[in-house]
Design a protein around this ligand. Structure first.
Ligand SMILES: C[S@@+](CC[C@H](N)C(=O)[O-])C[C@H]1O[C@@H](n2cnc3c(N)ncnc32)[C@H](O)[C@@H]1O
Length: 312
């Protein structure tokens, strides 16, 4: 796990005008910002267990061109619900930096980590232009939030958060690869999307959950967005297995939110063309909000929201 500084990013963009994630090129051009908050269409309700954002947010430096990125509305809602200004938010699989951008806009500090160096460069890029905009337009609440907070970006592995102290994080909001549905890298060791066997993926997720539990303050929350898949026309409930892995680490379940999936363009087009499709299209993901118990009492009171041994 290595801290990647602003200077290192500035050196990088002197020599590169894009990053490549697998075969997808994402340009690193200057970013123009027209607003720092969601518009009316982007601002959908998050007060029930079903969330739907038909229009992916594009305020500030958000852009949906990193594969498998999450809509900024998700970390935004989580940060508002489960943290306070001035606290520290962690996303240990930060991708294009969506969580850190939202954390800063909302006046929280952010630690972002990714196993893919290119993703860390992209996160730096988006945060750099956010800060530049805030410096040039300091007279609004969002810019003041950005200017009064910090981000630390690390190139590292979510299974080993060695630089982060025990019980130092106020909120975790993270979005792992869904097994190997989208490959982020071919060669990077430890990339969760590189696993071939679900058993191996779940054992790595168990390490992720263990580290998340260690660094989170007691009584605070860890939110994980995860989706399912089909193999040979049958449903593979990745989210259920991941839920079990987190409960087994000692977390208790605060919320299970169904997130409606929009714009699964390629998968949907392929499946739709199948004349005889004897299965349903998957149109949702799961957003689990876990709590690290604050005390023994917490564990006893919420026994049925935690891990129940198998009943034979
Ligand atoms: C679904 S994407 C996250 C996208 C992010 N929410 C965004 O909005 O851009 C999953 C990320 O996990 C990263 N990743 C995979 N294995 C990892 C590991 N062991 N440690 C840290 N990051 C990992 C991938 O490189 C990828 O960027």
């Amino acid at each position: 796990m290595r801290l990647v500084t602003r200077e290192e990013y500035l050196d990088y963009i002197r020599e590169h005008d894009s990053i490549v994630i697998e075969d997808q090129v994402v340009p690193l051009k200057p970013i123009t910002i027209d607003r720092l908050e969601p518009d009316e269409d982007e601002d959908q309700p998050t007060d029930t267990t079903v969330w739907s954002f038909p229009k992916r947010g594009s305020w500030a430096t958000h852009k949906g061109d990193y594969r498998g990125n999450w809509a900024p509305q998700i970390p935004r809602a989580l940060i508002q619900m489960y943290s306070n200004p001035g606290e520290v938010v962690l996303d240990q699989m930060v991708g294009s930096g969506t969580t850190c951008i939202e954390a800063r806009l909302l006046g929280r500090n952010c630690i972002g980590i990714d196993i893919n160096y290119a993703a860390i460069m992209l996160s730096h890029h988006r945060l750099y232009y956010l800060e530049e905009y805030a410096k040039n337009n300091p007279d609004n609440e969002w810019s003041r939030n950005v200017l009064s907070t910090w981000t630390k970006l690390y190139h590292g592995d979510a299974r080993n958060l060695e630089e982060i102290e025990d019980e130092s994080i106020d909120l975790i909001a993270t979005h792992p690869p869904y097994f190997n549905i989208i490959r982020y890298t071919k060669k990077v060791e430890g990339d969760l999307s590189k696993t071939r066997k679900l058993e191996e993926y779940l054992s790595w997720m168990s390490d992720v959950a263990r580290e998340a539990y260690r660094v989170l303050k007691p009584g605070r929350y860890c939110a994980v967005l995860i989706g399912d898949t089909r193999i040979r026309r049958h449903y593979v409930p990745i989210s259920h297995y991941v839920l079990r892995v987190f409960l087994k680490q000692g977390f208790i379940l605060k919320e299970e939110i169904i997130k409606i999936q929009h714009k699964m363009k390629t998968t949907r087009e392929v499946w739709r063309k199948l004349k005889k499709r004897d299965f349903l299209l998957i149109y949702h993901e799961k957003l689990y909000v876990f709590k690290k118990p604050g005390s023994e009492e917490d564990l006893k009171t919420h026994k049925y929201s935690g891990f129940l041994e198998d009943i034979s």
